[in-house]
Design a protein around this ligand. Structure first.
Ligand code: AQP
Length: 339
């Protein structure tokens, strides 16, 4: 249910933890750009989330610029949307601390992404990785965002954001924070790894062959789809035939998302097709859609000062919204501000 007492406002972010993937593009950026103009939109490069796992300091600033370039190349217009990087707006970390004191350890223990990322190494990962969802709640609630477009993998974190808002409002007897709605719709909510259809496609996955990067050239894209794991059966005659075929379903869903259509329509176009027909068609489509974006990303990356200027201007606009909300939060909590 959407909270109607707050002005509709979208917030979402992407970590600069590696090169952008087709999963980031279809599950996030393409949809973010599609929401532009419908309501106020705020998009962030969440560099403070990136450092929850080790990032080479020599690479981080450039990866931050590359994510910004990805947003811009895909159609984000800085005069219509606020685009900035998280670490330039200190209020994210400050509200994040307040929320660390609201969220319960038991809630964090249920976060499946932490379990996936920490694996059997939970004692050795950073405290930041564990607390990440509470910083994410701060990212969203610092702008009183009512809508958060995310892929399915982030749904649990947006639900936790609602739990934090509800507990804060209850404990401090206020209705200051909205109940944010996760926006999860369309065929690309979970793009899977090309070598294992049961795992999500990730920037930081082990092998480059698991993912399509937004900067891959036509040859690489064709090669990766050609080598993508499938079962030996051809495509089914109807979409129901994709059940229990994770790799086949993933390739059909990628095609549908790239072509702005549905898996049903893709199957209707390629009923019973073999992989020798479908994979090259998918590669051609991916190249046609991604090439203009990756060319524009490369052009933007040639002028890092211009990206920095856009991020600085976006950070000023973000601070203008965030700081009054943080101040009001401090007042509600009773943190003394003497000026
Ligand atoms: N495979 C995916 N399918 C659909 N959506 C995806 N997103 C990421 N991967 C997929 C969406 O992209 C947005 C930004 O995600 P993120 O970079 O902040 O975090 P992530 O989900 O942890 O992304 P990665 O690629 O898996 O990064 P690493 O490997 O560094 O952890 C989110 O809206 C996410 O849903």
């Amino acid at each position: 249910m959407t909270d109607t007492t707050f002005t509709p406002r979208v917030f979402s972010g992407i970590k600069p933890s590696g090169g952008l993937t087709l999963g980031n593009y279809l599950g996030a950026i393409k949809r973010f750009v599609g929401m532009q103009g419908q309501m106020e939109t705020i998009y962030c490069v969440v560099d403070m989330h990136a450092i929850t796992v080790w990032q080479d300091p020599k690479e981080l600033a450039n990866m931050t610029r590359e994510v910004a370039a990805g947003y811009l190349a895909a159609g984000l217009d800085p005069s219509q949307s606020i685009l900035f990087n998280q670490s330039q707006v200190a209020a994210h970390a400050e509200l994040g601390w307040v929320f660390n004191c609201v969220a319960r350890v038991g809630w964090m223990n249920r976060m499946t992404q932490f379990k996936d990322k920490a694996g059997s190494n939970a004692e050795k990962v950073s405290l930041g990785l564990y607390a990440y969802p509470s910083l994410m709640a701060a990212d969203i609630l610092l702008y009183h965002a009512t809508h958060v477009p995310v892929g399915e993998d982030q749904k649990q974190h947006v639900e936790l954001t609602r739990d934090i808002a509800a507990k804060f409002n209850h404990d401090y007897k206020t209705d200051f924070f909205p109940m944010t709605t996760p926006v999860i719709e369309g065929p690309a909510m979970r793009i899977m790894n090309l070598r294992d259809g049961t795992k999500k496609m990730s920037k930081s996955g082990e092998s480059d062959m698991e993912r399509i990067n937004m900067t891959d050239d036509a040859d690489k894209i064709a090669k990766k789809f050609k080598k993508a794991k499938t079962d030996p059966e051809p495509l089914p005659e109807t979409v129901e035939g994709l059940a229990d075929r994770p790799e086949a379903r993933n390739l059909v869903e990628i095609y549908a998302a790239l072509d702005d259509t549905t898996p049903e329509a893709v199957i209707a176009q390629y009923p019973g097709a073999g992989w020798g027909t479908f994979k090259p068609a998918l590669a051609d489509l991916a190249v046609a859609k991604l090439a203009p974006i990756s060319e524009e990303m490369a052009r933007l990356m040639d002028d890092p000062a211009e990206i920095d200027r856009i991020l600085a201007a976006g950070s000023d606009k973000a601070r203008a919204i965030a700081e009054p909300i943080l101040k009001k939060t401090y007042d509600i909590v009773g943190l003394l501000r003497s000026s």
